[in-house]
Design a protein around this ligand. Structure first.
Ligand code: FAD
Length: 490
């Protein structure tokens, strides 16, 4: 009658599906989090020894442990290969079942299948629950009973299910607190001091300096800060210099707040009319999140290949030239200020504004002709909120190879995007102070600034700031030729 709750990307104590079902069904419930060597050692091997996400997780784990202790339990924290350690720990504790929440990534599905197998060999169960999405896998299907591959009809069906009979059920929080008495109390044997960064083999990142709020309290704080802005979200979300979006993505990634809490906040705002304009737009972004989880689950091949398979015939740039261009893009030295400022935001903070993710991804694939997978990997290494499903979806959207992606002939112009979404150059100036003196009008394409004006600012193009690495109009022509192999697709 005892069980083990395995926390993964759901680092909270409230409204938690697996924790709720475990507490309800068992007399004694242990809780565990594993710093999974299968994931972490790969990061270290990849050179990511200072990783903001590890610092973020550590802060969340400390808060989760404290919250469990306040509720009478505690968190067992291990540093091991989860697929070996979870069955071993379950056996040692003598629990009947391990409870955990669904994960939709191919590697995680494989890991969970191994754990399930090992547990079952020992006569134990792995019980898994939907938690990180509102609707998953096969819950929103087309009339023909098939998974959608176009967003708008998916979203309509998603909204209909939520507003239909019994729809409120999907937003209901799991009343975990009512059952805290079943939590296994802390014991010296299992509840040791939490591992330090050094124990895990990592170096400190700059997360603290960024003052990104962490843990459940951080998520609650960001939500509280965002709700008064929700009504204006539709008008502000595209402008990177404005505090428009919620900045909750890293919290959704690690589950310090439940998706039900957020979707409920949006639906409530829509119902009372407050934020009527912004709330549906924001809710729609949360639906995109569900959509990409669903796509990844049904089409795991997208993790490596194009959703539209004929796009795999595209010949991307290669060799040293491509590697050099890629390095300039990564380092924010393309000569296009908005692209460079965006890359610096990513490099310095681990966050990039959504509009800029689209602009930089388009620039890499359609101005430089570089394979979207290179950019996807770079984002995966650096984004605090990195999620395979959304990142892959975003990259395949920008490169036009994805489901419901933008058509291949729609190519963002990095200058007009800059003029439109950072008209006064406020965002650019934040990350490229050397351009601060340029007039607003010329900050988007400094090499076009009249010589006398440029001279007055003291900026030397080619010295203080790079010349543009490609001519957009020419790059556009090359891209249309490159994509000619998929034209039949239209
Ligand atoms: P808000 O605007 O407040 O949106 C609320 C939430 O909705 C986000 O936190 C996120 O969970 C979800 N969301 C918003 N837009 C999308 C979207 N297009 N697809 C899926 N979910 C969305 N998002 C990630 O969470 N992880 C990624 O690795 C990621 N990589 C991306 C790569 C590219 C090339 C692109 C174009 C987009 C990517 N996105 C990714 C989506 C989006 O840019 C971020 O979710 C958003 O910028 C996060 O900021 P926020 O929390 O302030 O968003």
């Amino acid at each position: 009658d005892s069980s083990l709750v395995w926390f993964r990307r759901d680092l909270r104590i409230s409204d938690h599906a697996a924790l709720y079902y475990a507490l309800k069904q068992s007399k004694q419930v242990y809780c565990v989090f594993v710093y999974d060597r299968d994931i972490l050692d790969a990061l270290i091997a990849d050179g990511l020894q200072a990783d903001r996400r590890i610092d973020f997780i550590m802060a969340c784990i400390a808060e989760l442990d404290a919250a469990l202790r306040a509720a009478g339990g505690a968190l067992i924290v291990r540093h091991a290969s989860a697929q070996q350690d979870i069955p071993a720990l379950a056996a040692e504790l003598g629990v009947d079942a391990v409870f955990t929440n669904h994960d939709y990534e191919p590697q995680a599905i494989k890991r969970d299948a191994t754990v399930k197998n090992r547990l079952e060999k020992d006569g134990r169960q792995l019980l898994t629950y939907k938690d990180q999405v509102i609707f998953e896998k096969d819950e929103v299907l087309s009339l023909a009973g098939r998974p959608f591959s176009v967003f708008t009809p998916y979203k309509n069906a998603w909204m209909n299910k939520l507003s239909g009979p019994g729809g409120d059920f999907y937003l209901k929080p799991y009343p975990v607190d009512a059952y805290f008495a079943q939590l296994a109390p802390p014991s010296k044997k299992y509840h040791k001091a939490l591992p330090t960064l050094e124990d895990l083999g990592f170096l400190p990142s700059n997360l603290k300096d960024l003052r990104i709020p962490t843990g459940m309290s951080g998520a609650a704080q960001l939500l509280e800060d965002f709700l008064p802005r929700l009504g204006k979200y539709g008008d502000t979300r595209d402008f990177p210099a404005i505090k428009g979006p919620s900045y909750l993505s890293v919290h959704l990634r690690f589950g310090t707040i439940s998706i039900r809490t957020l979707a409920r906040a949006a639906v409530d705002a829509m119902r009372i009319g407050e934020g009527r304009r912004g709330a549906p737009v924001w809710l729609s972004e949360l639906v995109w999140r569900d959509f990409y989880f669903m796509i990844l689950f049904h089409h795991p091949r997208v993790a490596e290949r194009s959703f539209k398979s004929d796009y795999d015939a595209i010949q991307w740039e290669g060799g040293k030239h491509a590697r050099d261009m890629f390095a300039r893009w990564c380092e924010g030295r393309t000569g296009y200020p908005l692209v460079d400022a965006a890359m610096l935001q990513l490099n310095q903070t681990g966050y990039m504004h959504n509009r800029l993710r689209m602009v930089t991804a388009s620039f890499l694939t359609k101005d430089l002709g570089i394979d979207w997978r290179w950019g996807e990997k770079y984002f995966a290494d650096l984004l605090n909120d990195f999620d395979l499903s959304a990142n892959n979806g975003g990259w395949q959207w920008a490169s036009s190879s994805g489901c419901d992606a933008q058509p291949y002939f729609r190519i963002f112009n990095p200058i007009t995007q800059s003029e439109k979404f950072d008209a006064e150059g406020k965002f650019i100036r934040r990350y490229l102070p050397q351009l601060a003196g340029l007039p607003d009008k010329h900050i988007h394409a400094p090499w076009l600034c009249p010589a006398d004006l440029l001279k007055a600012t003291g900026v030397k193009i080619g010295k203080d700031y790079p010349e543009p690495m490609v001519d957009h109009a020419e790059a556009r022509k090359r891209t249309l030729l490159r994509y000619a192999v998929v034209k039949k697709d239209l």
